[in-house]
Design a protein around this ligand. Structure first.
Ligand code: ISL
Ligand code: CA
Length: 533
């Protein structure tokens, strides 16, 4: 396989609203990110995936864009954005822009035109249908609860919104829509950004009349067109968010000769605590066997055929240390073990802000403390269906998106050093113990451990390109081997808070380990990487 510069990149994801506030209005902003660039540089990341900072009414925290060519005033100005691109570049860091192309805000001028009359030139920019028997065109449900159809009484037709009703879906079958999005991409490429993350890109080619939402028959045609029109000559990296992609789909998206995307986010390992065919809120116990099976399948399945993105969390997911680790007694051990498991795999790793210091989930007692539209809509819907407050809160504590959106914990001062004003969402009360300053000053630093993992990847082609093989051993241990040019590394991870025996402990050279002394058993959440002799 031809090597590409981004094969050994490590991406740090910034959720601007919650990263660092520079002016005391309680909302993180571009100047805040600028002030923390050295922090990201020091960690070793060479890309920043920046969640949307475009003009937006903020119904879904910026995933509802009203102008792709403007910066939301809460985040700063276009000058701040230019400065961020330039200052990041000086440090060898590329900016990856988040492109939301499946939908816009209902306040985007295209939609305002579109809904103004049935024969407006922008009518076909969106998906309009007649109702059926005084009701919506179909039973289709929005991902954010309720019908996916909203009636516009002026023109007496319904428009489609797979997310909130303030996020009308664009009609990608209409060529001017595609051209308009390509134009947006060219604009940002000319500004010097180094990558795109495409929001819910697998939904763009929906065929409503056939009941198809994800992976529509023209999806790959459109992506190939986008590549020809925009990406062909731009030396940037692309990642698609493809919630429903299986391995076969992922190969189609990411195999280099098909010229579509460089990699995709697959969610198979993320959905392991969900009951099949139900909503994400209907919880299921995690089972390590599932994780072994799924991650190994993607590791071997994409080898030589496509490229993996490696991630544990993002702004939509609970915190990984609270999910697969132990965020109390073994927070350091489990956070570093999970980091090791992921960062020794083949693919491009993504680190979500705060993961590098082991930030945890949050539990606010009242719904009023939550800000996420998905959470709030679901609460209302389930309340109406008769669920108890306690039961609903239980699933919010485990799966709610605000778990990842509480502000970055910088220090033990007021508001965790995130803002001098009132934060837009509550800070996790554990900030006085869990914060960047404490982590860096402590003798067990998760940040320093992540830094080591990143450096290891930069210095060892083996991590980037080696073959992967799951090692069958104890049920509590996730172990695998990496083989490259006559060298073999072995990764051993204990997924429990107990000591376990392992037949895979050996006398190889120790490359990394999250305990500092040797032992005859694997200790709670211990991770060891050996180079075999
Ligand atoms: O976790 C989820 C499933 O219920 C969703 O949040 C899922 O991640 C979402 O369906 C796709 O996410 C992306 O598009 C959304 C936006 O709200 C998310 O923040 C974004 O990552 C709509 O633009
Ligand atoms: Ca601010």
């Amino acid at each position: 396989m031809d090597s590409k510069w981004w094969h050994n990149s490590v991406v740090y994801q910034v959720y601007p609203r919650s990263f660092k506030d520079s002016n005391g209005d309680g909302i993180g902003d571009l100047q805040g990110i600028l002030s923390k660039l050295d922090y990201i540089k020091e960690l070793g990341a060479d890309m920043i995936w920046l969640c949307p900072v475009y003009a937006s009414p903020n119904d879904d925290n910026g995933y509802d864009i009203s102008n792709y060519y403007q910066i939301h005033p809460e985040f700063g100005t276009m000058e701040d954005m230019d400065l961020l691109i330039a200052e990041a570049d000086k440090r060898g860091i590329g900016i990856m822009m988040d492109i939301v192309a499946n939908h816009t805000s209902d306040e985007h001028p295209w939609f305002i035109e579109s809904k103004s009359s049935k024969n407006n030139p922008y009518r076909d920019y969106y998906v309009w249908r007649d109702g059926v028997d005084d009701g919506p065109p179909s039973e289709l449900q929005s991902i954010f609860s309720g019908s996916a159809w909203e009636l516009d009484s002026e023109t007496d037709q319904y428009y489609l919104h797979m997310f909130s009703k303030k996020q009308p879906d664009l009609n990608w079958h209409h060529p001017p829509v595609r051209e308009a999005i390509y134009e947006v991409m060219r604009f940002w490429i000319n500004k010097g950004i180094k990558g795109f993350r495409f929001d819910v890109i697998d939904l763009i080619a929906k065929e409503l009349d056939q009941g198809i939402i994800a992976n529509g028959p023209l999806l790959h045609t459109y992506l190939q067109e986008m590549h020809r029109e925009v990406l062909e000559d731009a030396d940037i990296v692309t990642v698609g968010e493809t919630g429903g992609a299986d391995l076969e789909q992922a190969i189609l998206f990411t195999s280099a000769e098909r010229k579509e995307l460089d990699m995709v986010f697959s969610f198979e390992h993320i959905a392991l605590d969900e009951q099949a065919g139900r909503q994400k809120w209907d919880l299921k116990m995690l089972d390590l066997d599932d994780l072994k099976r799924v991650l190994s399948n993607w590791q071997t399945g994409l080898a030589g055929k496509g490229w993996n993105s490696l991630f544990w969390s993002n702004h939509d997911q609970p915190r990984i240390v609270s999910r697969w680790g132990n965020d109390q007694e073994f927070r350091y051990e489990s956070a570093t073990m999970l980091g090791t498991l992921l960062h020794l795999m083949r693919g491009t790793p993504y680190i979500y802000q705060g993961e590098e210091i082991g930030m945890t989930n949050v539990q606010f007692p009242e719904l009023e403390s939550y800000r996420d539209i998905e959470t709030i809509n679901m609460y209302r819907e389930r309340k109406e269906q008769g669920f108890s407050h306690g039961d609903i809160m239980e699933s919010i504590y485990v799966k709610g998106r605000d778990n990842a959106r509480t502000p970055m914990q910088w220090n033990a001062e007021d508001n965790a050093g995130f803002t001098e004003g009132t934060p837009w969402i509550g800070i996790n009360p554990n900030y006085s113990a869990i914060n960047v300053e404490n982590d860096l000053n402590g003798d067990k630093s998760i940040y320093q451990f992540y830094k080591k993992l990143i450096k290891l990847r930069k210095n060892n082609e083996l991590i980037v390109y080696a073959d992967y093989r799951l090692l069958d051993s104890e049920p509590e241990v996730f172990a695998y081997a990496r083989n490259y040019q006559n060298e073999e590394w072995r990764v051993l991870c204990n997924f429990t808070g107990r000591e376990v025996e392992s037949s895979l402990l050996c006398d190889g050279e120790i490359i990394v380990r999250n305990y500092d002394s040797p032992a005859k058993k694997l200790r709670p959440y211990e991770a060891i990487v050996y180079k075999l002799k």
